[in-house]
Design a protein around this ligand. Structure first.
Ligand code: LLP
Length: 431
């Protein structure tokens, strides 16, 4: 988070809407998106490609925040999207994504998911493994159809991020390994297949990455591979998909590189290497998820109980927690917290913000500087727009929060809060 937006009363604002009003109107926990921030990120990525004069495609990695409203917004902006399951594909189509703009990812796409993609005539399958080539071929034969594909490889890059979310190294579960020759084998088998049209290559080195270096190294390795397969197989890579993973600013410690600069470095690396090898400049595709949705979202909670043991612990508990944001518990992810009523007030105490779940690891912000809080205060945790709602659970039978979109001073409910009844909707019981 950078500077927070406040109104004349000094209250925290999101998209021009007073957060206290949002909490009152929609209840808490609620995830409020500042739509203009999403639009700005999209515009910045586009600008970098347009200025560099390279053909490009931006696909929103919808696992970051998959909702009908978000798909609608992404479709309106003319972006593609990536989906990783039948469920995301279903939602993307319902959200109005043109099928031809959808990319299908995943390391274990189920036969029925592949069939769904073929049926919908999606834009591209990102081929991850040999089994998938078989399944896709079977589905295409059955439907007398053709499909565009790109081949996902692991270029052998270790990005500097948490090990759970780094995926570019050879021992990753995703994609074909290059060193052992399996990637080439896969390519040969696809090239032979008249039902598959291979457009190019894909790699994704990890997530929440801050240094352009990792991307540049990956891009260079990929262009080396393009050259190798051009020489060995006569294969021309039309599309180079470099995945997502652009880091965002969660706390003051995160040193962020502006989106445009990031994209520029990567484009420059591909350009110069392609030129060196005398290869045609490929179309560059990226798949940002977190960087489009993350900083736009703020979760509002209501403060409830507190526990103070002098010299030992100071806990402030809110009405949500690990069920709406598992990231601190899963990745030791760091966030900042603000009192919605006085985000700029003098911070006088160090507290740990915890949730209401029956789990000691249910901590949202450890050692957080806040003004004195009282039960009923609204607490805001910014930068929760990515991998919050999508990784939410009903643990302890807590309903998933509501989601609102805010822009130009007005707000709109885009996902209603779950009810107790919703949570039982799949249950059949015994009698
Ligand atoms: N493309 C591929 C192939 C991916 O696997 C991912 C993320 C993305 C794009 C989008 O990455 P992004 O731009 O959002 O960093 N749940 C974790 C993140 C998992 C990311 C998985 N793949 C978290 O909350 O940090």
């Amino acid at each position: 988070t950078d500077a927070v937006e406040v109104n004349q009363a000094g209250h925290l604002m999101i998209g021009g809407v007073d957060t206290l009003k949002l909490a009152q109107k929609y209840g808490t926990p609620v995830i409020a998106y500042d739509v203009s921030k999403i639009k700005k990120q999209i515009a910045d990525f586009k600008k970098a490609f347009i200025e560099a004069e390279v053909p490009y495609k931006i696909s929103y990695a919808s696992k970051a925040f998959s909702s009908l409203a978000m798909y609608e917004l992404v479709a309106q902006a003319g972006l593609g999207c990536d989906v990783v399951s039948g469920g995301e594909l279903y939602a993307a189509l319902k959200g109005g994504m043109p099928p031809e703009d959808i990319e299908f990812h995943g390391n274990n796409k189920l036969p029925e998911e592949i069939e769904m993609g073929v049926e919908a005539q999606i834009g591209c399958f990102v081929i991850d493994n040999f089994q998938e080539i078989k399944f896709l071929d079977r589905a295409l034969r059955r439907k007398h159809a053709k499909a565009n594909v790109v081949l996902r490889v692991t270029p052998g890059i270790e990005a500097e991020t948490h090990k759970y979310i780094s995926t570019g190294q050879s021992n990753s579960k995703f994609g074909f390994d290059v060193q052992s020759g399996q990637a080439k084998k896969a390519l040969e088998s696809i090239l032979k297949n008249p039902r598959m049209n291979i457009e190019g290559l894909h790699c994704h080195i990890g997530s929440q990455i801050f240094q352009a270096k990792g991307f540049v190294m990956a891009a260079e390795k990929m262009v080396d591979l393009m050259k190798k397969w051009h020489d060995e197989l006569g294969f021309d890579t039309k599309v180079l998909n470099l995945g997502g993973g652009f880091g965002i600013h969660y706390t003051k410690d995160d040193q962020m590189i502006p989106t445009e600069d990031f994209a520029k470095d990567i484009i420059a690396a591909v350009k110069s290497r392609a030129k060196k090898y005398n290869l045609k400049m490929p179309e560059i595709w990226i798949e940002p998820g977190r960087s489009l949705a993350g900083e736009a979202g703020t979760t509002l909670y209501t403060v409830g109980s507190r526990k103070d043991v002098e010299g030992v612990c100071h806990f402030i508990a809110v009405d949500g927690g690990m069920g709406d944001n598992i990231r601190p518990a899963l990745y030791q992810a760091k966030y900042e917290a603000y009192l919605a009523e006085r985000p700029n007030a003098l911070n006088e105490q160090i507290v740990t913000v915890v949730g209401k779940y029956c789990e000691s690891g249910d901590v949202l912000v450890r050692d957080c500087l806040l003004p004195n809080t009282h039960p009923g205060d609204i607490l805001a945790i910014p930068d929760t727009g990515a991998y919050g709602y999508t990784m939410a659970s009903n643990y302890n039978r807590n309903p998933r929060p509501a989601v609102v979109f805010c822009e130009n001073g007005s707000s709109r409910l885009v996902v209603r809060r779950e009810t107790f009844e919703d949570m039982l909707s799949c249950e059949l019981g015994l009698t």
